[in-house]
Design a protein around this ligand. Sequence first.
Ligand code: GLY
Length: 567
Amino acid sequence: MSRLLTFLITVLLFLGCKKDVSHTVEEFNTRGLITEKAMVVSARKEASQIGTEILKLGGNAFDAMMATEMALAVAYPYAGNLGGGGFLVYRLADGKKGALDYREKAPLAATKDMYLDKKGNVIQDLSTVGSMAVGIPGTVAGIFEAQERFGRLEISQILKPVINLARYGYIITEKQALRIAHYDSMIRAVNGKEILYNNNLKAGDKLINLELAATLQRIAEHGRDEFYKGETGQRLVKYLQSKGSIITLEDLEKYEAKWRDPISFQYDDLIITSMSPPSSGGICLSQIMKMAEPFDLKDYGHNSLKTIQVLVEAEKRAYADRSFYLGDPDFVDIPIETLTSDVYLQNRMKGFSFDKPTAVDSISHGNIVGYESDETTHYSIVDQFGNAIAVTTTLNGGYGSKLFVDDLGFFLNNEMDDFSSKPGEPNYYGLIGAEANSIVPEKRMLSSMTPTIVEKNGEFYMSLGTPGGSTIITSVLQTILNVHEFQLTMQQAVNAPRFHNQWLPDEIRMEPHVFDKKIIQQLKDLGYTINETKSPIIGIVDGILMLEDGTLEGGADKRGDDTAVGF
Ligand code: GLY
């Protein structure tokens, strides 16, 4: 939250001013960075700078993707990774769109009940920390697949600045020092010792990761297979097995990133393209937006009572569908056309009324309870050739499984927890899944990641996404609406206060102290339960908007260290 915005809202609330928050947002008149040709927005300045450097060398968005993603792995190990996975949604300069799935998958030796004890109860922590939590990493396969198909530069050229970042170090930020301190005891417990990232690190310290520099150097020399078949892969498997993992070299060798057809839908004069299963992002986003489309949100106003009601009720219904129907499309049949059809969605909204909330038990399917995390990361890139990408990548939890491969210099994911360990029972984050997301060898676990590209009048308009677990979808939704319906700038749109509803628990989560108190009271009077305490923040959105004069505006969320760089 921008200090200026917080200040303005606090002053207005304090003075008992009658103005609503939409007015204050208007007064918070800032645009993000404006550039003429190209831009990278990511969770770290260093990553955005390196991505931009690659563009300046003549690389395109896919070359910059490889550089930015790996720079995040170096400077933002909380979520940036070699040991995790992600999704790419792209729009080429000629208007062609597509998506790449480099989500982790279950090991060959995985079983449906692998996280259950003899009595059939979920074994605490087994799917969230340590070696059994780790899914087969997809990130290295993903960045190579995208770069090989669309990139222009040599791998050694792209990875050179990243290797230097690991070799010569970067400065720990305040937010980073706090995060490392927060996770320190867990990281020590899982690794049985102090690792490179430990609570002796203070803001302003320089962090050098020579092992990661060496890993990246080998990947630069030997390519993708270095990670899946070569020395790095062999060392990784040996390490994992020494920690009790069921992952084998065959698992690594069999890993493939997969090109997918993204989900595209129309909202007013926008065409919105987002990630298809195994992410729930695109389907849920399209469901919510199509359910909200018949309502005049612009007239109701930004974060007004009626806008919040419409979006909350649409969210409720989409999230109720999510866990019942969605999973890896290579393993389950998903009725995508029906779930996103106008007829189905109009029917879903039939019970909606401005007079009172729709009772959650009258909405069938899906059982999702509290899930919040800012432990994923998103970056958006537009290049000087007119290509645009949106990429969201994750280790799942902060520092993933907390398992750190010392001599390779990176953390491993705990993405296995995104499966439904026991249909009907919540996982660590409170997600309850159904059979569609049960564990099967080589299956990909369901995600909420929502990297999204928006077009207007047939041209590129916006690239955006965010971390935030199940709040990812609603954060992307509100950011698009903030620009399209409420005419906020890109920077205002990502900074604006956010709320979230996911059917169960039966509550609206709102960022504390930033919403109009009168509206909160009106929502309570109507029968809504408001939770302003659980989520200090909802999402950290990064985006790029094409302005009418063809320049680009960056939106780098002030909730993180996020930064836009470009030229
Ligand atoms: N691990 C977070 C997600 O994929 O949604």
